[in-house]
Design a protein around this ligand. Structure first.
Ligand SMILES: [Zn+2]
Ligand SMILES: [Zn+2]
Length: 423
């Protein structure tokens, strides 16, 4: 193991990002992970080769991404007519249809953000020391953008569109398809074995603690906070982190107000997003729009029940459950409701992980509208419902991000504190 990660073998202090519990982590043996005593979320994972691993995965994923873009991606043949598209033709088709916003979102989430993150991983895990003026902004950007990479969700969208198109023609997987699959796997693995703590520790060691923290109580009760960017423990009243210079607070300021206002906006958009057509199918000159539910019913009637279920869950069940869950979490964090923090924590984690997958239908429309361009025979175009639906998913993601899960656990700390002071 290189000399950079020797800190992993001695103990270190962490504040749980989900519940703010203070824990003294022992040196973890490679291949093990530590979870929080209170909320059971993962605090740290010790990988074998914690720098080389993400580097190798990031490098291979980048090579595959370049290959995937060089060759044609998929094709369809209907009644002797063949249409072949490359990855970059998908946003191009949306620009031609005057959906510049969708095209930008597509390029950002599916190609630009994953590629930027992978390049950042490569630079940050390089064997040589680079100036902090370069590494700090790179690491900051990397950990903020990580959640917004959606290459694997696009992959799911491609597979769903295959099922939708099977009734019409023959699908061809072209030369660019296989590197894209490998790229998806590679970037997933690169993100998975990337440890925030290891990367930041290499850029600069964590600032020293002025007093020894007390394990087993929340950081807030001992006037400590963890930096939202680099996870260093700093004094709660210190506005800027000494390591990454990121501004931070003990709790996200106006967390509930932000969460709820983003949530209300997404609910307002959610209603028309479900009623308005998300795409228009023009077959032999007669155009008909279909909304999300119509798409599900179509698949169900075609006999593709598993895919119909996936789209139903991803596009209808997940967004509505997510809106309800965030609303309920905010209600609880505001001091109402039952105090079952463990259940709340599980809901929060599900919302964080599953929410992005609602984007699958938007990607299905992107693929269909680029691929199904058969002149007078059949054409598919995106419609305004897709735009609204895309906005709903983005807004609920921001809303979940604005929510501070530590507020749920704070009620417990306050309650305990009150009970102790009465005794
Ligand atoms: Zn915790
Ligand atoms: Zn920091």
């Amino acid at each position: 193991m290189s000399e950079h990660c020797h800190q992993d073998h001695t103990h270190r202090w962490v504040l749980c990002p989900h519940c703010d519990m203070t824990t003294k982590l022992p040196g973890l043996a490679p291949g093990t992970r530590a979870t929080c005593m209170r909320c059971e979320s993962t605090l740290a994972t010790a990988w074998h080769e914690p720098l080389r691993r993400p580097m190798v995965y990031a490098f291979s994923a980048l090579v595959m991404l370049i290959l995937a873009n060089l060759f044609p991606f998929i094709s369809i043949s209907v009644m002797g007519m063949t249409n072949q598209i490359s990855l970059l033709q998908i946003p191009q088709a949306m620009v031609d249809d005057k959906y510049r916003f969708l095209a930008t979102i597509f390029l950002l989430f599916v190609q630009i953000i994953p590629a930027t993150c992978l390049v950042s991983i490569l630079i940050l895990t390089l064997n040589r020391r680079l100036p902090q003026s370069l590494t700090i902004p790179l690491a900051k950007g990397l950990f903020y953008m990580k959640n917004w990479g959606m290459a694997e969700i696009f992959m799911a969208g491609v597979l769903v569109s295959f099922v939708k198109l099977m009734a019409y023609g023959k699908i061809g997987l072209e030369m660019g398809f296989w590197p894209w699959c490998l790229f998806c796997l590679g970037q997933l693995r690169a993100f998975q074995c990337l440890e925030r703590h290891v990367i930041w520790q290499r850029i600069s060691p964590a600032p020293p603690l002025r007093v020894e923290p007390i394990a087993g109580i929340s950081g807030l009760t001992q006037n400590l906070r963890s930096c939202p960017c680099c996870t260093a423990i700093v004094s709660a009243d210190e506005p800027y982190c000494p390591r990454c210079h990121q501004r931070g607070h003990a709790r996200k300021p106006q967390s509930l107000q932000w969460t709820l206002s983003l949530l209300v906006t997404s609910i307002i958009l959610y209603i028309p997003a479900n009623i308005m057509p998300i795409m228009v199918t023009d077959a032999l000159g007669s155009a008909s729009g279909s909304n999300i539910m119509a798409g599900v019913i179509f698949l169900w009637n075609e006999g593709s029940w598993p895919i119909a279920m996936i789209i139903f869950v991803a596009s209808i069940l997940v967004p509505s459950m997510k809106i309800l869950a965030i609303g309920w979490l905010s209600w609880n964090a505001g001091g109402y409701g039952a105090r079952d923090n463990h259940r709340m924590q599980i809901i929060y984690e599900i919302v964080e992980v599953v929410g992005r997958w609602s984007m699958v239908d938007v990607f299905v429309i992107a693929v269909l509208s680029a691929l199904v361009r058969m002149g007078g025979l059949m054409n598919v175009y995106p419609a305004d419902g897709a735009l609204l639906f895309c906005l709903v998913v983005i807004l609920t993601m921001f809303s979940a991000q604005a929510f501070d899960p530590r507020l749920l656990w704070d009620r417990e700390s306050i309650k305990k504190h009150e009970e102790e002071s009465i005794e």
